[in-house]
Design a protein around this ligand. Sequence first.
Ligand SMILES: O=C(O)CCC(=O)C(=O)O
Ligand SMILES: [Fe+2]
Length: 266
Amino acid sequence: MEIVTLNTAGELNRDHIEKLFNDDYLALRISDFLPDPAVRAFKKFIQTQHMEDYKYVGVENGEKKEVYLGVKRVGRSFNTTYDQSNTKARDEYFELARKNTTFFREKVPHLNPVDHLRLLFDELWPQRVGLACYEGNKTFAGVPRITFAEDSPSMEKPHYDALPAKFKTLLKQFSVNVYLEIPDTGGELEIWPERPLSADEVYQVDMKSDLRQKLGKSVLLKPLKGEAILFNTRRAHAIRSFPDGCRIGMQSFIGLEQNGELIFWS
Ligand SMILES: O=C(O)CCC(=O)C(=O)O
Ligand SMILES: [Fe+2]
């Protein structure tokens, strides 16, 4: 399975997107997606912001559970709204979604790399492309994710990401990460080149089981500063631990809907 690397955002075309969606690629890498001055500006801003634990929602012993996999985030993520009886969490997510989008634009005078990718996809993809919308509210896309060396061993646990079917039945789900800081040693993105699971299958995987032992051989990708990497999040993936420093990226999911439309959200 191929890993394709483009030198610049300008090289991206519709064929690459089709091949990514068709799972012909294990990953699509775009070098220098975010120019250096912008990498520095986003990183500097993110490092001054309040951070919360970015809990992963997985299944343990048949029940949905939040698991801390070593990642912190700035702003909220949509998975905080998965428990639909918690209307407060949902309201807060959407309130912060608007606020954070505006705040980032005011504070960092560079094009947000996740917005940039969303625009590129909109220009190249024949169907509609846009932020995901739930109950009339637009989501936020481009959450900053931060991991410090001491928390990094928790990220080695393989996981899958899938929007629960109660929100939307997506054909496929991908992720884009744009990297602002990568430790010198370790911090690789690890992907298992196996058949992507369905959303339902993802929620049958027990996070307590030793997934690493069950999965076959993986592929390691060492991200570069300013690079964008896209991959199918219904394939098992993990991040390798690192002894020093921190790892910072900005991330959005990309959902391929049944009708070919694309939605972005974090
Ligand atoms: O930080 C990364 O390299 C990958 C993050 C991840 O797990 C995801 O985008 O789903
Ligand atoms: Fe993930």
